[in-house]
Design a protein around this ligand. Structure first.
Ligand code: ADP
Length: 610
């Protein structure tokens, strides 16, 4: 935070206000006090002068009236001089005047020359007229301020003379100026003390404020664990407590918020569906990793990118998306790493504003329905296949039955052949239905395995024996080989017999006369029993190997059907092996032969060794 210049701080403002307050108060007091003190001193001074003049006028009253030039007069003047000199007033001149205003005597020896001269000042004239209260303020020639008072000297009712006193006011003004200077120094001292007190007082206020500012900055930067010291129990102390309480609440609220956010983030991150949120303009504001994966985006989420472009929506679709109509679309999206496109159902839900209506954005939920769609597709295909497979023999049966009906029955030779065909087709249908039932039982996991310890060598020999007639017929060389370490295993004998039967029957079907079939059992690298059926037959083209275990998949439909195949043999084998916890694979080279290998666990579930 930026530092404040000193004059903008509360401290400076407080000090200035205090100093100004004291200055104004002292000035007001000073003006009032000094002027009233000056008045009082001047009044006292004047009163004193008047009292002395009064006293002197009374004392000197009987000294007037002597004949001029007589000895009496001289004695009277002498006695007046003595009185004037006795009544010493510092810095004052006392004159005694006769009725005509002539100076009879003066207290200032240097003024003796004026004796006999007339004092013509107004105060003197007024006193000689009998006015008793006469005073005047004069500034003498030597620039000295003086107070002048004059009193008539009365003999009975007659004015016989006057007393004149002119007193120097120097001392009085000196006293006033001394008091002024004491007052001024007092003022300066008070100002200095006020400034110091102001600094201390301001500090007690600004220090907690500065502390609080520091803490508020720390809180704003996310440091909530620092506690603000509480200075006393005054308003600032209460503010500090409130601040600490607020920080605590803020920390709790934020951590709760953080927790909620983490929860939401982990829900979003662990969702199997993709979630994308957009703002009102359709720009992506949030996307979970699943959605990013589905959209094939690598690295950071493309925030702000338009969702309709990311989803590859056409104009019409993005139009209705913008209008906020909740709807879903089926899209083919290529996921990350350039895998095959997935079928994704995208459901758009508009986010309505709480206030003012309108749409604040859209939530798009992306569900990968590839597997579902594929299952649906294979189900449709399966039904179509089953119908087709059943239809073919039924059509044949129908046409032969019709032929018999149309007269073939009359020809015994033809009739026997036709009945034979009908029986063959019926048997094929029975085989087909039996296979289908078997598959359906395997699918619904209805048929539980009856696991038993089985001698592998005996089992393989048994299979070879079952097909010995065809083998001999086709002059095929068959061999079985069982490694010692897999002499016996835990398996469902009937089911595995069926697997081996299907595989050997296939090998026989697709191996020309004079070929060979090898049955072998060994322990593979994973410690599983691996049983393989190898033939030197026609083999399977590379492109078909991948789909060979699918239901009804046949390399050459017509030939397989002629050979009595249902196209379900390998899929039944795969389901049985899977139910045992093993796997089945096929390798083949066209015109060289095929090798089908299936694995089975050697140990019984539960852990006992074979
Ligand atoms: P099918 O009953 O028609 O034999 P399968 O599921 O057993 O049905 O086999 C599927 C297809 O795989 C067969 O139609 C055949 O084309 C091919 N096939 C299976 N085994 C072999 C093999 N040993 N040699 C050549 N082709 C084979």
């Amino acid at each position: 935070m930026k530092g404040l210049s000193f004059f903008r701080t509360i401290q400076a403002k407080l000090i200035i206000i205090y100093v100004l307050l004291i200055l104004i108060a002292m000035q007001l007091i000073g003006v009032y006090f000094v002027s009233s003190m000056k008045n009082s001193l001047t009044d006292n001074f004047t009163k004193d002068l008047k009292a002395r003049a009064e006293m002197l006028s009374i004392l000197t009253a009987d000294k007037f009236g002597s004949e001029a030039g007589t000895a009496d007069e001289e004695t009277a003047v002498e006695s007046l001089r003595g009185m004037v000199n006795n009544l010493y007033i510092s810095g004052a001149e006392i004159q005694v005047l006769d009725a005509s205003g002539k100076i009879i005597t003066t207290s200032v020896p240097s003024q003796n020359d004026y004796v006999g001269q007339r004092n013509t000042q107004t105060v003197v004239s007024r006193a000689l007229q009998g006015i008793s209260d006469n005073e005047e303020y004069i500034i003498a020639d030597d620039n000295v301020r003086k107070k002048v008072v004059a009193k008539p000297v009365l003999s009975g009712d007659k004015v016989v003379g006057a007393i004149y006193i002119a007193a120097d006011m120097k001392d009085l003004y000196a006293t006033i100026s001394r008091i002024n200077s004491v007052f001024l120094s007092g003022l300066l001292l008070a100002l200095a003390l006020t400034a110091v007190l102001g600094v201390i007082l301001a500090h007690t206020i600004t220090h907690p404020i500065k502390e609080m500012t520091r803490h508020a900055t720390a809180v704003a930067e996310g440091r909530y664990n620092r506690k603000m010291p509480v200075f006393g129990n005054d308003e600032i102390g209460q503010l500090s407590q409130a601040f600490n309480y607020m920080t605590g609440r803020l920390r709790d609220a934020l951590s709760q918020n953080e927790e909620e956010k983490e929860k939401l983030a982990s829900i979003l991150a662990n969702m199997s569906d993709g979630v994308v949120a957009t703002d009102e303009s359709g720009g992506v504001i949030l996307m979970n990793t699943r959605a990013a994966h589905m959209l094939g985006s690598e690295g950071p989420l493309p925030e702000g990118a338009p969702l309709d472009e990311l989803l590859g929506l056409d104009h019409e679709q993005s139009g209705s998306l913008a209008q906020g109509n909740a709807q879903s679309a089926m899209l083919h999206l290529s996921p990350m790493g350039g895998e095959d496109p997935n079928i994704v159902r995208v459901t758009f839900t508009p986010i309505h504003r709480r206030e003012g209506g309108g749409i604040a954005g859209t939530i798009a939920v992306l569900q990968d329905v590839t597997e579902q769609e594929n299952l649906e597709e294979s189900r449709r295909e399966f039904v179509a296949n089953v119908s087709h497979e059943l239809r073919t023999p039924l059509t044949t049966i129908k046409s032969y039955a019709e032929a018999l009906d149309d007269g073939a029955l009359e020809d015994p030779q033809l009739a026997v052949r036709f009945v034979g065909v009908i029986r063959n087709e019926t048997e094929r249908m029975i085989r087909l239905v039996t296979d289908l039932l078997h598959l359906s039982r395997l699918d619904s996991k209805e048929s539980s395995l009856r696991i038993q310890q089985t001698d592998i060598s005996e089992m393989l020999e048994d299979v070879a024996d079952r097909f010995s007639f065809q083998i001999r017929q086709k002059r095929i060389h068959i061999s079985t080989r069982v490694r010692e370490d897999v002499a016996s295993a835990w398996l469902d004998r009937d089911q595995i017999d069926q697997v081996l039967g299907n595989l050997v029957s296939n090998a026989l079907k697709y191996t020309p006369e004079g070929g060979m079939i090898q049955l072998e059992a060994l322990k593979n690298e994973e410690g599983m029993l691996a049983i393989s059926v190898r033939d030197s037959g026609i083999g399977i083209p590379k492109k078909d190997i991948e789909r060979i275990f699918e239901r009804f998949y046949r390399v050459d439909k017509a030939r397989s059907r002629n050979m009595g195949g249902t196209g379900l043999g390998l899929s039944i084998a795969r389901e049985i092996v899977k139910a045992h916890g093993g796997s089945i694979s096929l390798q083949s080279e066209l015109n060289e032969g095929s090798l089908v290998t299936f694995t089975l666990p050697l140990k019984q579930e539960g852990g006992s060794a074979s």
